[in-house]
Design a binder for this molecule. Structure first.
Ligand code: PMP
Length: 974
């Protein structure tokens, strides 16, 4: 077979160096400039930087290329250039003689030469990790290229090209002898034979047209977006242009994605979806795709092995060869029918027509057992799995046994993502979705054939019954009463449920070997192959099918949009336990954002206390009950001497609002000093001192005239920097106070977080707070320490963050941590202030200080004490901080690590000198961390700080997992 452009037929790359290339460019095209060789497997490509800034590529082709082939490529490129494609492609440039194709002499004969306009951009292959949107971009470009070439015709298209997947079988056969290792050789032969066999039936129906043939990560280039992720924008290298199967273009693109995700073949899904959005795939395409990916993988390894034999001195060949083996292994790790089913689910195609008869058999099946099992809820929302019970070993067994005790027989649910199968600290979503059911039935319950079929009993305890149309019943836990190979009628006795523990799974595909549970991404595909066994069990055993997208749409319709959610496509979270969150796929995340849940999610003591008190009494603080007295005493005892008066409200905003109102009332003044970049709440007064542009871009222009702004006391990137900046910030504040006094408007109050949470957990510079407090007090003002975020033991080394500065405020405002998520807030102040405020009237908050609130608050304090959570915040926080600092040594994008205890901020910058904030990167890193099982969010004025403020029960194992995932993202990209 003359295989055009193939190393089988031709010598290695033409012997042309950069000097010769410069001469050719000058003589044939009149182009001059510095020349640099670009990589190529078979040809020689040279980048020429022309003086006017235009970049061109001189391509000296392998002698094996026929003239017609190169003319076809030129014609295709001109065809593309004349259409608005939505992507960039090279444009052939004429020589001094006006021709687009030339020849230069060489010892072995003439070499074809062309000049193309260079397509700017970085190849996707330069990135280790391809984000889903980049993968989608690659698939979209493959689709656009296919669409653009649909009408292109040229005689040169009909060539025998090594990379044409229509010839893959032949090519593998020819190249196979080059694979020295016999095991590897046999494997490639086997993969290719199997995949080719699958293609045999479909191939005649596949659409054929001109295709690029090599839209891979190497040949798709993009410019980095704000976050540094490549946005696919151009396709280069039309050297494999030929007439072939349309879907081969997608198969090649998908194979390129596998290089970046060798452990996760379903990472290709966004590419398929995006291709389908441009060029809708037919059912045949979907069936052919994975066999084609396998063929492509086989050709890649065979060809690379062959290249190494041919051109042993080309060092560029060795690395890619191992990559290609990894691609082939990734493609082999999933069954083509399973992939097809996943793709069908992804594209909304429904079950494959060839499974229709078997599906009907399952739907019309007879009963397997004559007892009706009662299903047990093992989902994330299950009432059986509180207090971390979902992690208890053997809990499924226990629950099934309990339910069987009540109802004679019990079972798990089909299609359920089981919380009991989650894994903590897993970078990948675990296999949680049940593809069958497990039952507890009375021992020796007879089992009847639900359909007529053939029995196979591969090993003791297992039995399979296959109908003539391919419906398979897979049983485990059987004492068989029929022999291997036996034909049985519907209703015939198959045996008994040996000891009452039975697993039932149905499958409609003859080839696949379905697991008991699948990961969420591939679950829909598996469930289509392993349908609901309810008809066999006489009761509905399917888990409720809830449409997460529809629920999100309802939220977005009914809840005012300004109340944003984390993430564009948020996961649905329905359980929390300690510092872990579970989504409805039972994928776990380490929760690094919920400082409100101070003692951890789902704390049983808190839940019990709330429930008990709700059942006993919940009323308002004008009644006399024990809890309000006790809680107030306990809060007062936590505050420094002199601060012994407690006001109970429901939130941080209310607490700050009340503190400011008291300060204004008591001093008879209105003016308040606040720092820039701060958040204090949403009520009128707390919002007035909320200066952060992150929350309100117009904050600085819309402050009431009684609010006066001091610089954000941020020694890392603020107006004054470094360890000595405390005095400078304090001097600035003092001058502000002096000005106000001079203007006859002395301040009522100064409000500030003693650890600057909203700025990213920034530690205030030494000396600032004492001097600031002195200056305000000297002018007769009062000082508010907003401890809503950072107080309550979170900093680990202190109960209150102001303690680290050796100061005592006039007001402490608290909320968040107080109630572990139950709405609680408080102001603690002096008796003198409280009494002076009292003179102006009474104060009442309907739910503030209610029995339930007080009991909740006291239980939280008990738990913090009993579980040593403040000490834990110190130990784990210090550990986490140290590990983040180590990361900073290796990754320049980390500008600094802020904070103390379990209120930390990892600030991301593009440049450690200019401190240009890496905002888009911060968002992208949070997205990627979410995929890896970590919930983290950007914070700070520039949204460039990763905030680390988890529940205070975070342990070292989780902290280490978070750091490892962050390291992986920083290393591999996002
Ligand atoms: N003060 C600070 C420092 C805060 O961070 C917040 C909330 N983020 C508040 C006050 C307001 O608290 P809440 O949301 O409970 O009203």
């Amino acid at each position: 077979m003359p295989v055009d452009g193939s190393p089988l037929e031709v010598a290695p790359r033409p012997p042309v160096d950069a000097g010769r290339a410069a001469g050719i460019a000058r003589d044939l095209y009149g182009v001059e400039g510095p020349v640099r060789e670009l990589g190529s497997q078979q040809d020689r490509n040279f980048l020429v930087e022309t003086p006017l800034g235009g970049r061109v590529v001189l391509k000296v082709a392998n002698r094996g290329w026929g003239r017609e082939t190169l003319e076809a490529q030129n014609a295709a490129l001109r065809h593309l250039a004349s259409h608005d494609l939505g992507f960039a492609a090279p444009v052939p440039l004429p020589g001094l003689d006006g021709a687009l194709l030339h020849e230069v002499d060489d010892e072995g004969g003439p070499l074809p030469v062309r000049l193309l306009k260079y397509v700017e951009g970085v190849p996707l292959s330069s990135a280790r990790h391809l984000a889903p949107q980049v993968v989608a971009g690659l698939g979209r470009l493959a689709g656009l290229a296919s669409a653009a070439l649909a009408g292109f015709e040229h005689p040169g298209l009909d060539r025998a090209v090594q990379w044409d997947l229509r010839r893959a079988d032949e090519v593998v056969g020819l190249l196979l002898p080059s694979i020295g290792d016999p095991d590897r050789r046999a494997l490639v032969a086997d993969v290719a034979a199997g995949a080719w066999q699958r293609l045999a039936d479909i191939a005649p129906r596949l659409r054929v047209q001109a295709i690029h043939g090599d839209v891979t990560d190497d040949n798709v280039v993009g410019e980095p977006d704000d976050a540094g992720r490549l946005r696919p924008a151009g396709v280069i290298d039309f050297g494999d242009l030929c007439r072939s199967w349309l879907v081969a273009d997608l198969a090649v693109a998908v194979t390129g994605v596998l290089r970046h995700a060798p452990d996760d073949p379903f990472a290709v899904l966004p590419a398929v979806r995006a291709f389908h959005d441009v060029v809708p795939l037919t059912e045949d395409d979907v069936e052919a795709l994975w066999p084609l990916v396998l063929m492509r993988g086989a050709v890649l390894v065979a060809s690379s092995e062959h290249q190494v034999v041919l051109d042993p001195d080309n060092p560029g060949l060795v690395g890619p060869l191992e990559d290609e083996w990894r691609i082939l292994h990734a493609a082999r790790s999933v069954h083509p029918h399973h992939v097809e089913s996943v793709l069908r689910a992804e594209l909304g195609l429904g079950p494959a027509p060839r499974h229709a008869a078997a599906l009907r058999t399952v739907r019309d099946a007879g009963r397997l057992i004559d007892v009706e099992p009662s299903p047990v809820d093992l989902s994330v929302g299950s009432a059986h799995l509180h207090s971390g019970r979902f992690l208890q070993p053997g809990v499924e067994e226990i629950l099934l046994a309990e339910e069987a005790g009540r109802a004679r027989a019990s079972c798990t649910r089909w299609g359920e993502a089981r919380a009991t199968r989650t894994r903590l600290h897993s970078a990948r979503p675990p296999e949680t979705v049940a593809l069958g059911v497990e039952l507890r039935v009375p021992p020796r319950t007879p089992l009847s054939a639900p359909w007529p079929g053939t029995v196979s009993a591969p090993e003791a305890g297992r039995l399979e019954l296959v109908s003539s149309d391919g419906a398979r019943l897979l049983l485990r836990g059987v004492h068989a009463g029929v022999a291997h190979g036996e034909q049985v009628a519907r209703g015939a006795v198959l045996g008994t449920a040996q000891n009452g523990r039975l697993a039932v799974q149905v499958c409609v595909d003859p080839e696949v070997d379905p697991p008991a549970l699948a990961g969420p991404v591939e679950a829909a595909g598996w469930l289509a192959l392993c349908p609901d066994p309810s008809p066999l069990l006489g009761t509905d055993v399917a888990a409720p099918d809830e449409d997460a997208d529809a629920l999100l749409a309802r939220r977005r319709h009914a809840l005012a949009a300004v109340q944003e959610s984390y993430y564009d496509r948020p996961m649905r979270i329905e359980r929390g336990w300690r510092h872990h969150l579970l989504d409805t796929d039972a994928r776990s995340y380490v929760d690094m954002v919920n400082n409100v849940t101070s003692v951890g999610h789902g704390h049983p003591h808190v839940a019990d206390a709330v429930e008990r008190q709700l059942r006993t009494l919940n009323t308002n603080s004008r009644f006399h009950y024990a809890a309000i007295a006790e809680f107030s005493e306990r809060l007062a005892a936590l505050a420094p001497d002199g601060l012994d008066q407690v006001f109970l409200v429901n939130s941080g905003s209310e607490a700050v609002d009340l503190a400011l109102r008291m300060a204004q009332t008591v001093t008879g003044r209105q003016d308040v000093l606040a720092v820039r970049e701060a958040y204090h709440g949403w009520t009128y007064l707390s919002d007035a001192v909320t200066t952060s542009l992150y929350d309100n871009p117009a904050a600085l222009d819309s402050r009431p005239d009684w609010v006066h702004l001091a610089s954000a006391p941020n020694p890392y990137r603020g107006r004054f920097r470094g360890p000595g900046s405390g005095a400078e910030y304090a001097a600035e504040l003092r001058a502000l106070v002096d000005d106000l006094v001079a203007a006859g408007r002395p301040p009522a109050a100064f409000v500030c977080e003693p650890l600057f949470g909203n700025a990213g957990g920034v530690l205030l510079p030494e000396g600032y707070l004492p001097a600031a407090y002195d200056a305000v007090r000297a002018a007769g003002g009062l000082v508010v320490a907003d401890e809503v975020q950072v107080g309550y033991g979170r900093t680990g080394h202190h109960w209150w963050a102001f303690e680290m500065h050796g100061v005592t405020p006039d007001f402490i405002t608290i909320a968040k941590a107080m109630g572990n998520g139950h709405p609680l807030g408080a102001v603690i102040t002096t008796r003198a202030i409280a009494e002076a405020f009292g003179a102006s009237g009474s104060f009442f908050s309907s739910a503030g200080g209610s029995p339930v609130s007080c009991v909740t608050g006291m239980t939280v304090l008990d738990v913090i004490e009993d579980e040593g959570l403040q000490a834990n915040a110190a130990t784990v926080g210090d550990h986490l901080r140290r590990r983040c600092e180590e990361l900073a040594e290796r990754h320049p994008v980390i500008g600094t690590v802020h904070g103390l205890g379990l209120y930390l901020g990892v600030e991301l910058v593009r440049d450690r000198d200019t401190l240009e904030p890496a905002t888009a990167e911060c968002y992208a890193i949070c997205e990627r961390l979410r995929e890896l099982g970590v919930v983290m969010q950007p914070t700070g004025e520039r949204a460039n700080v990763l905030k680390l403020k988890p529940p205070m029960c975070l342990d070292v194992a989780s902290a280490d997992f978070v750091v490892e995932m962050l390291e992986a993202v920083l290393r591999d990209g996002w």
